[in-house]
Design a protein around this ligand. Structure first.
Ligand code: ME8
Length: 642
């Protein structure tokens, strides 16, 4: 039997699952179901990532024992996957003793190969991303703080004795692998990002820490805990019995696809393959790095209160609607925005109108004209043949798109076919055939429409299992879905009773529509205000800030920095000054000259990328937009702002 091994990232248990983690797991489930439907033996793996500083910090903040926190939160992930009808074959936790032993064994092999050595690590570390960054990679924010180039949060400086993995040694072998396996990383533009990193040469990677102990101990030196990413990546082989159960391991490894979000591509496409090369294991066949979801245009974040709880959506709209919306509206592979309005739009128009209503009106006519029994088709006309041909075309495209994970395109094609069925139904005017008493033709039209619906429900089985099963039930069909793919037209059994139940999808009345996300956002913001406290300052404190109008005289980009621009400004009575501002992404130096801006004139001088800044300009920022504060009317430089 053909086999298929697919994985999701294992999620950090520092907080509850949100729509982002649900997104990858739902997509993984759709692919796993599709593969099963087309005759594969599938192993679908997901789980939780439970070690490291990030989890330890979360436990400390909550005043909880880390293991207890992991137990509670991993249960929540498990429960959510059950609620979302996820068909994972196993759920791995990195605190499982088997996994912990496997990690030590794997690292021992790397040690034996001479791929690990001791050295001093000096550099930056992002706890939320659990990532090391070099001096050249870090960014400086508007407050002159060193921040993570990936998530924008403050970095910690780390200097300690660590063990290092000779990652640099694998630059060439990895480049060769990428060259010989052009589909190794997808989409293509994500592969190119990885190639760029490889082409600039890899640096060795620190793989242990000594300043905390929430992790797996280094087998040869238990003062060190193994870097959480090394621990986490090994889950993909420990879950299938690496060095424990040879038969199972050999059956499933190498994985057919690691499904991940784009922000962790480097770990999966570079570090993990190098680790596997080090111990002599084959590499996964594919890494697919999908895009990121925003919510109403904003990055998903707990502190913004927009970390949508998928359970609320499932409760309100049902599982299938969420699954459909996420794959149809957000082009798989690209970034996309989760918006409840768009979801409702898709629900009302695609699901309730195009699909649900088609079933509803066809079944109603069978009930009325054939005593609820599916009639036998009679002579086939040209218009019937076209409907059948269109399905054959659809099936070919469906396979091609599904096999290359172009899930959104597959749905688009299915909906275009649903359009064809509706057109077929309307053009053949079964209500007139009924009125004229043309039972033979009526039987054929209704039969073909139901056959087409059954086929559509089958193609939709991976995406929307509940409603697809419901279609099978309402038409009393017990054919195996996989057979529908193999058999020619006329799979539908005549003589079976149809049930004219409730609409397949409930339309939302837009005039009464209330959003979940907005309500939640407000609640969370209120909570945040009372829990964390809004910082109120007195007028005296405000008065301490010397805000002034300044005219920009000169502006130039700071070499080696993507963000910083050096400005010479005129502050009138306070003279001329140099300030450095993180605005290079938003303004060209030339367009700044002559602008009257607002600056904080009494900020302590500081150095940014080695250049002194004697003040700070003010700018308004939202998402990816930034604009400088300027003055409404012309006024001399140095004017005080109060
Ligand atoms: O990175 N949009 O765990 P994590 C789309 N433990 N997908 C999103 C998303 C969003 N806004 N937010 C999260 C880790 N995801 C590590 C992984 S694997 C060996 C270790 C999804 O809890 C997406 O798949 O931060 C992303 O890669 C993953 O959740 C990150 O989950």
């Amino acid at each position: 039997m053909k086999k298929f091994y697919i994985t999701t990232p294992i999620y950090y248990v520092n907080s509850e699952p949100h729509i982002g983690s649900a997104y990858t797991t739902i997509i993984g489930d759709i692919i796993a179901r599709y593969k099963r439907l087309t005759g594969y033996d599938v192993f679908y793996l997901t789980g939780t990532d439970e070690h490291g500083q990030k989890i330890l910090q979360a436990a400390k903040e909550k005043g909880k024992d880390p293991q207890l926190l992991c137990d509670e939160l991993s249960e929540k992930f498990k429960k959510l996957w059950e609620d979302l009808n996820i068909t994972n074959d196993y759920f791995i936790r990195t605190t499982d003793p088997n996994h912990m032993k496997t990690v030590q064994l794997f690292v021992s092999k790397m040690l034996e190969n001479g791929d690990i050595y001791k050295g001093i690590y000096k550099g930056w570390y992002c706890v939320p991303c659990e990532t090391y960054w070099n001096e050249e990679e870090i960014e400086i924010d508007e407050n002159e703080k060193q921040v993570c180039p990936s998530c924008g949060r403050p970095l910690n400086f780390v200097e300690e004795e660590n063990y290092f993995f000779r990652l640099s040694k694998y630059t060439e072998p990895l480049l060769n692998h990428f060259k010989n396996n052009p589909d190794f990383v997808e989409p293509e533009f994500r592969k190119n990002e990885m190639l760029k990193i490889l082409e600039s040469g890899l640096k060795d990677l620190s793989i242990t820490r000594t300043t905390f102990n929430w992790g797996i101990l280094m087998p040869n030196d238990p003062k060190h805990v193994i870097y959480v990413w090394v621990d986490a990546l090994i889950n993909y082989i420990s879950a299938i019995g690496y060095e424990r159960d040879e038969e199972t391991f050999n059956k499933w490894w190498p994985a057919d696809v690691h499904l991940i979000g784009k922000e962790i591509n480097r770990f999966h496409s570079i570090i993990w393959p190098a680790m596997l090369m080090s111990v002599g294991l084959p590499l996964p066949k594919k890494i697919f790095a999908h895009g990121w979801l925003t919510v109403n245009g904003q990055k998903i974040s707990k502190s913004l209160g927009n970390a949508i709880d998928p359970r609320e959506f499932v409760k309100k709209y049902g599982n299938d609607v969420i699954r459909y919306y996420l794959t149809r509206d957000i082009v798989f592979g690209k970034d996309g925005d989760f918006s409840e309005e768009n979801l409702v739009q898709r629900l009302n128009s695609d699901l309730a109108n195009d699909y649900g209503n088609l079933l509803h009106r066809t079944v109603a006519m069978v009930v009325k004209n054939f005593d609820s029994i599916i009639p036998k088709p009679e002579e086939i006309l040209e218009t019937d043949k076209i409907l059948i041909e269109h399905f054959e075309n659809l099936l070919n495209k469906y396979y091609a798109y599904m096999d290359s994970f172009k899930l959104t395109y597959a749905l688009e094609e299915i909906w275009s076919y649903i359009g064809n069925i509706n057109k077929y139904f309307d053009e053949n005017k079964p209500w007139i055939l009924a009125k004229e008493g043309n039972k033979k033709r009526l039987a054929t039209v209704l039969y073909n429409t139901l056959e087409a619906i059954l086929r559509v429900a089958t193609l939709l089985m991976p995406f929307m299992p509940d409603s697809s099963n419901e279609v099978y039930k309402r038409l009393s069909q017990n054919v195996k879905p996989s057979e529908v793919f193999e058999k020619k037209w006329n799979v539908l059994k005549s003589g079976q009773k149809v049930t004219h139940g409730k609409p397949l999808f409930n339309k939302i009345d837009l005039s009464k529509f209330e959003k979940i996300a907005v309500k939640k956002e407000k609640q969370d913001l209120q909570k945040q205000n009372t829990e964390e406290g809004v910082v109120l300052i007195s007028f005296d404190e405000f008065k301490k800030i010397d805000l002034r109008v300044a005219e920009i005289l000169e502006a130039e980009k700071i070499k080696k920095s993507e963000k910083l621009i050096k400005l010479l400004i005129d502050l009138g009575e306070l003279g001329k000054r140099q300030i450095v501002a993180g605005i290079a992404k938003y303004y060209n130096p030339n367009e700044l000259i002559g602008k009257k801006i607002v600056i904080v004139a009494n900020l302590k001088p500081a150095k940014l990328m080695g250049v002194e800044s004697q003040g700070m300009l003010l700018a308004a920022k939202i998402n990816d937009k930034l604009t400088l504060l300027t003055v409404d009317n012309d006024i001399e430089p140095g004017a005080k702002i109060s």
